[in-house]
Design a protein around this ligand. Structure first.
Ligand code: NAI
Ligand code: MG
Length: 354
């Protein structure tokens, strides 16, 4: 298998290096994995004047899967929007047709005390957020900042979905629910936004093909509240791009840290890009303290979803469980009595556990 490895900015290179160590173990054990690294984000802008250099996109297209760190840094915030690091990320997702973003929020029992919520609220938590990734207000036209005739500035973005876009993400969510607890909660704001009223109509239609799955609907503001009130009521949550972005960050904190939350972004054929759900964390970059587990677990997801290799998924996942059970913690999940390890130390521990 050929992998494109795109470390990106901030903590990206540090956390991706740990995930590559895990891939090296698999390689040592005989798996044929080819890896090629390329710049994306701010690094892409620095070397090629483009947050998604042509050669990087081509490599991603030709590879069987993409491993990404994160993009973005404060120092790029003054650049024109079209060459900012985050635009490179949006373009690669859109360009590869990665419309289905899976973000599992799973609490490892030993981390219940690292959560900001009471253990009984979060213990046993295992939910899957299915976020649509290539539509919605992040991509809708028109958009921009213009000056009105009055001289006043106007900011504009357009929330937009087509029926087929909603139907295909709906199917992904229901298919996943069939392999889990057969419950889908569709999150929208259908009381106020027509775009999501249509979303709700389509979800109801999709549900007809899945009579075994129980579909419920929730407004996004209530969903944000319910996620911290009683998160275990959810199994699969399906929602649009912007609501999914926000709710998945919120859900990550239930698991102790955003540094624990992996993700898969898939196209219609399960070709995918795998990346942690968090950003480039410039506040801790270069200090070897970031939590690499979200990235390592993203590699595990790669084997499950793109390569249909449940055994390798389990092997990596079990190694992570072992390390956590042994009390090893990066700073973000550290609690009294545990052993604090660095980013590279955590990578080494997972490798040893494998
Ligand atoms: P962020 O996710 O980078 O950081 C939020 C907080 O979580 C920070 O305090 C950070 O130190 C901490 N954190 C994140 N990942 C961590 C890890 N693995 N281990 C320990 N702590 C971790 O989000 P923020 O600060 O809003 O954005 C920073 C930059 O990242 C911005 O340029 C933003 O645009 C970009 N970004 C990129 C994303 C991506 O590449 N997928 C996603 C979100 C933000
Ligand atoms: Mg986000």
């Amino acid at each position: 298998m050929k992998l494109a490895v795109l470390p990106g900015d901030g903590i990206g290179p540090e956390i991706v290096a740990q995930a590559v160590k895990v891939l090296d173990v698999l390689r040592r054990d005989g798996m044929k994995i080819e890896m090629e690294e390329a710049p994306i984000g701010g690094v892409g802008y620095d070397v090629a004047g483009d947050p998604l250099p042509e050669a990087t996109f081509k490599l991603a297209q030709e590879s069987d899967a993409v491993l990404l760190g994160a993009v973005g840094d404060w120092k790029y915030d003054t650049l024109p929007r079209d060459v900012r690091p985050e635009r490179g990320l949006l373009r690669i997702r859109k360009g590869l047709g990665l419309f289905a973003n899976l973000r599992p929020a799973l609490l490892y029992p030993e981390l219940a005390s690292a959560s900001t919520l009471r253990p009984e609220i979060v213990s046993g938590l295992d939910l899957m957020i299915v976020r649509e990734l290539t539509g919605d207000i992040y991509f809708g036209q028109p958009r921009g900042i213009t000056t009105l005739e009055s001289g006043e500035r106007e900011g504009l973005n357009t929330m937009r979905y087509t029926e087929s876009e909603v139907r295909r993400i709906g199917r992904v969510a229901f298919d996943i629910a069939m392999k889990r607890n057969k419950k889908v909660c569709s999150v929208d704001k259908a009381n106020v936004l027509e775009c999501t009223e249509m979303w709700r109509q389509v979800m109801i239609e999709v549900a007809k093909d899945y009579p075994e799955v129980e579909l419920s609907h929730m407004y996004v503001d209530n969903a944000a509240m319910q996620l911290v009130r009683a998160p275990k009521q959810f199994d699969v949550v399906v929602t649009g791009n912007i609501f999914g972005d926000i709710l998945s960050d919120e859900a990550s904190m239930l698991t102790g840290s955003i540094g624990m939350l992996p993700s898969a972004s898939l196209d219609a054929n399960n070709k995918g890009m795998y990346e942690p759900s968090h950003g480039s964390a410039p506040d801790i970059a270069g200090k070897d303290v970031a939590n690499p587990l979200a990235t390592i677990l993203s590699v595990a997801m790669m084997f499950k979803y793109s390569f249909n290799d449940e055994a390798t998924y389990q092997r990596i996942d079990n190694a992570v469980k072992k390390v956590i059970a042994a009390g090893k913690r990066t700073a973000d999940i550290w609690t009294e009595g545990c052993t604090k390890v660095s980013c590279s130390g955590m990578g080494d521990a997972v490798v040893a556990a494998m």
